[in-house]
Design a protein around this ligand. Structure first.
Ligand SMILES: Nc1ncnc2c1ncn2[C@@H]1O[C@H](COP(=O)(O)OP(=O)(O)O)[C@@H](O)[C@H]1O
Ligand SMILES: [Mg+2]
Length: 321
């Protein structure tokens, strides 16, 4: 009974899906009408696309949904021809025990343009018997003829509060003792990705069924938001040596990588601007410095040196103001 919690707690019906309210409403209309046009789900990972596709199929196809539902991944290692052959042989057969058949094709944005053209022809060929649900992260990577043949549903990241609520429900069912700050840390890190949030909760659970901030930060290998803020504050207050010490603790003692830290700094500066600790004019300059530093780190230069140089620029920003 060691199934991953993401599967154990996957919503089984559209009603149970969290967030995505407008999408769920539109999908429920298809269920009422007992018909499904070709549709496309777009949005980042872990926000409910696959969940909605399965829940919709169950609602539309009823008891025999599994026989009439085909789930495929477009980036199947065996190649796109395998995927297309599976679609063909599935669509040729008539639906049994259900009004029509549904093909759920995930990661369509990983298909080449040529493969997408072929897919479009298949979608047209089988319109009488089958409906397609296509899923992708970026709709801009999908050719226009497919986009124009689909009703498009844009999934949004799940709100932090909604994720925390869901994690609490799971924690209750699993009899966990969870620190509030641990949940805050999870959502700060996962940025609206429910799958990642649940996975981190499970991975951070200790043998005595508790989830602490410390365990969470250990799992995600991230700096404590408080330390990042302290470092930024010191730099803004012209305490360069102090900021450098903080940086050393974060990178050397806690083992946080340069690109993780820079994105955390970005998040923290954003927050501090919202809280009016950093004036907007400074914010603009800081963004420029941070993106430059981010670029250099990605290009392979020494991360600690780059971030030190970045911190020295934080000092100047305040001086210029
Ligand atoms: N909107 C949501 N409501 C409730 N749980 C969700 C939601 N989105 C994702 N999850 C959780 O995350 C897991 C992965 O979600 P999934 O629908 O597969 O995401 P994706 O958008 O990447 O297809 C689900 O099994 C479920 O546990
Ligand atoms: Mg998915």
């Amino acid at each position: 009974m060691n199934i991953p919690w993401v599967e154990k707690y996957r919503p089984q019906t559209l009603d149970d899906v969290i967030g995505q309210d407008q999408i769920v409403k539109r999908l429920q209309r298809y269920v009422e009408e007992e018909a499904l046009p070709n549709i496309m789900f777009t949005g980042s990972a872990g926000v409910g696309k696959t969940t909605c596709a399965i829940a919709l199929a169950k609602a539309l196809l009823g008891e025999y949904w599994q026989q009439n539902f085909l789930e495929l991944n477009a980036s199947d290692a065996r190649g796109i021809d395998t995927v297309r052959n599976q679609i063909k042989s599935f669509c040729k057969l008539k639906a049994v025990g259900a009004p029509f058949r549904i093909i759920f094709l995930d990661e369509v944005d990983n298909m080449t343009k040529d493969a997408q053209q072929a897919l479009r022809r298949e979608m047209e060929m089988y319109t009488k018997t089958s409906s397609f649900i296509l899923s992708c992260n970026y709709s801009s990577k999908i050719i226009d003829p497919i986009q124009s043949r689909c009703a498009i549903f844009r999934f949004t990241p799940i709100k932090a509060g909604q994720i925390i609520k869901r994690l609490r429900v799971i924690a209750d069912k699993e009899n966990l003792k969870v620190e509030d700050s641990a949940l805050e840390d999870i959502v700060y890190f996962t940025q609206g990705d429910m799958r990642k949030s649940i996975n981190i909760l499970q991975a951070s659970t200790t043998s005595d069924k508790s989830v602490t901030t410390e365990a969470v930060l250990d799992v995600i290998n991230r700096a404590k938001p408080k330390s990042v803020r302290k470092m930024i504050m010191k730099a803004l207050d012209h305490d360069f040596m102090g900021a450098r010490d903080e940086l050393r603790d974060i990178m050397i003692m806690d083992g946080v990588s340069g690109d993780d830290l820079i994105s955390q700094m970005y998040q923290e500066v954003n927050k501090m601007t919202n809280e009016k600790i950093i004036p907007e004019t400074d914010f603009i300059k800081l963004m420029e410095y941070m993106s430059e530093c981010d670029y250099r780190i990605r290009e392979g230069s020494n991360a600690r040196l780059q971030i030190e140089a970045l911190l020295s620029k934080f000092l100047i920003v305040k001086q210029e103001a």
